[in-house]
Design a binder for this molecule. Structure first.
Ligand SMILES: C[S@@+](CC[C@H](N)C(=O)[O-])C[C@H]1O[C@@H](n2cnc3c(N)ncnc32)[C@H](O)[C@@H]1O
Length: 246
């Protein structure tokens, strides 16, 4: 997928908070080897690497435009690749992912695969947006359908399903929670500025630029009609944070 990096980074501060809440769940251990799945530009990968004093960290992402912004070092590496098919013969002490796994279908199978990347006493830490029932996401899917585009599939499971899944995968200790992040935006229409940098990416890719402009107008109108024209607008955004170790 071709990401609009500048648009994604317009809400950099707001998007960093869930990352920091997730990082706070990790138990620091000496000389950890880390993989960050869907690392994006690598800014938060570097923060994680430094915060945990890791011996080696690998950021994996399938987007060339995101990875172009990454700055590798001797111990911080970046690799172009697909989370769904990545394998390794050197397991990691921490398998981490912030706001990326929701793009991949089949989470039961995916989690079983990701567990195979973990060293015996390793830790998993994942954060996934779970806002698909909010009008900002629901209306985007409806407008996509009316423009003849397949709407994005909802891949994220309910929080309790992740707790059960982690239990069945043999994790003795786990922390799974749904957290609501509130963002004060200048107006309801500014929700579009948020979703343009993430949720709408596949719709932007699927449409020629003039049709995408029409898509945005239709989406904004329907969104404001559904939510009311509030100034400021309080945008609630649900996310699942999970951590587990065996
Ligand atoms: C919303 S961004 C998050 C980036 C970064 N983790 C952060 O928190 O800033 C999602 C990232 O996941 C990547 N991604 C999505 N699906 C992927 C896949 N199947 N394999 C590798 N990367 C993927 C995208 O390219 C994008 O960079």
């Amino acid at each position: 997928m071709s990401w609009d990096v500048d648009q994604y980074e317009r809400f950099k501060t707001e998007r960093a908070q869930p990352f920091r809440d997730l990082a706070a769940l990790i138990e620091p251990r000496p000389s950890m080897r880390i993989i960050d799945l869907g690392c994006g530009t690598g800014d938060l990968t570097r923060e994680l690497h430094e915060q945990l004093g890791a011996s080696e960290t690998l950021g994996l992402d399938s987007s060339e435009s995101m990875l172009q912004k990454a700055s590798p070092t001797n111990t911080l590496h970046f690799q172009l690749g697909d989370i769904a098919s990545f394998t390794t013969d050197r397991p990691f002490d921490l398998v981490f992912s912030n706001a990326a796994l929701h793009w991949i279908a089949g989470h039961k199978q995916l989690f079983a695969r990701l567990v195979s990347l973990l060293a015996p006493n390793g830790q998993l830490a994942f954060q996934m947006p779970a806002n698909h029932d909010h009008p900002s996401h629901r209306i985007a899917a409806e407008v996509a359908t009316s423009f003849g585009i397949e709407p994005r599939t909802v891949n994220v499971l309910p929080p309790e399903s992740y707790a059960t899944l982690l239990h069945h995968l043999g994790f003795a200790r786990q922390h799974v929670r749904l957290q609501v992040y509130g963002h004060v935006l200048p107006s309801t229409a500014d929700v579009v500025e948020w979703t343009k940098g993430s949720t709408l990416t596949p719709y932007r890719e699927a449409l020629p630029s003039d049709r995408y402009a029409e898509f945005l107008t239709e989406y904004t109108n329907r969104l404001v009609a559904a939510l009311g024209d509030s100034r400021p607008y309080f945008y609630t955004f649900k996310r699942i944070l999970l951590w587990a170790t065996r």
